[in-house]
Design a protein around this ligand. Structure first.
Ligand SMILES: CC(C)(COP(=O)(O)OP(=O)(O)OC[C@H]1O[C@@H](n2cnc3c(N)ncnc32)[C@H](O)[C@@H]1OP(=O)(O)O)[C@@H](O)C(=O)NCCC(=O)NCCS
Length: 176
């Protein structure tokens, strides 16, 4: 198993592979996979501080993580920023990395790859804070992983406009 940075050109070249991992990790439709590839992946190079890492097994990409600078004018900060402010967590949005996606192919889950990708990300992202959104479902196993790596709940029960299911906004602060 190898963990390494994916430069922007490689992310774009591997857009189909990355979108397929996203689809399989969540069990999404082909339509949702293609939308992810044509919007989220295609636009990644436009974001300041974009950072992507891949997990490889025998040369094959089996998982990835990516994100970029947390910038107030972006979609996600517009959604969660006011709730973080209201909860007294404004400081977490300064010098922060927006962790957008972390997915491992189902047959490679539970082997430490998600942990390894996150640890590698923390060593490469220069920001003090890392922010992410996960589900508020107590049975969501990703939360166990995030907590183990130092993430804390910042806004549990957060609600995105127009989306029924509550989310959990979590953050990790690098030791000073
Ligand atoms: C969440 C995910 C990235 C974790 O990656 P991973 O390589 O399986 O994780 P690791 O092997 O490093 O760590 C295992 C821990 O991750 C958590 N975990 C979450 N989902 C898991 C899964 N489907 N299989 C195994 N472990 C999972 C558990 O806490 C597990 O610890 P445990 O064995 O003590 O319960 C991966 O399972 C995945 O892609 N899941 C589907 C997509 C997803 O939920 N992404 C996160 C969105 S916020």
């Amino acid at each position: 198993m190898t963990i390494r940075t994916l430069e922007t050109a490689e992310v774009l070249r591997r857009a189909d592979e990355i979108a397929r991992i996203y689809q399989r990790a969540f069990g999404y439709s082909d339509e949702r996979r293609d939308h992810f590839r044509d919007t989220r992946i295609a636009y990644l190079p436009l974001y300041d501080g974009a950072l992507a890492l891949g997990a490889f097994d025998d040369g094959a990409l089996v998982g990835f993580v990516y994100g970029f600078d947390y910038q107030p004018e972006h979609w996600w900060p517009q959604q969660v920023g006011p709730a973080l402010d209201r909860a007294g967590h404004t400081a977490w949005t300064h010098d922060a990395f927006e962790l957008n996606e972390l997915e491992i192919l189902p047959e490679h889950q539970g082997q430490g790859l998600g942990t390894a990708l996150l640890r590698a990300l923390f060593t490469r992202a220069p920001q003090r804070h890392t922010l992410l959104s996960t589900t508020a479902d107590p049975a969501d196993r990703a939360k166990v992983l995030y907590r183990r790596l130092g993430f804390v709940d910042l806004v549990p029960g957060f609600r995105y406009a127009g989306i029924g299911e509550p989310a959990n906004i979590m953050g990790r602060r690098r030791a000073a």
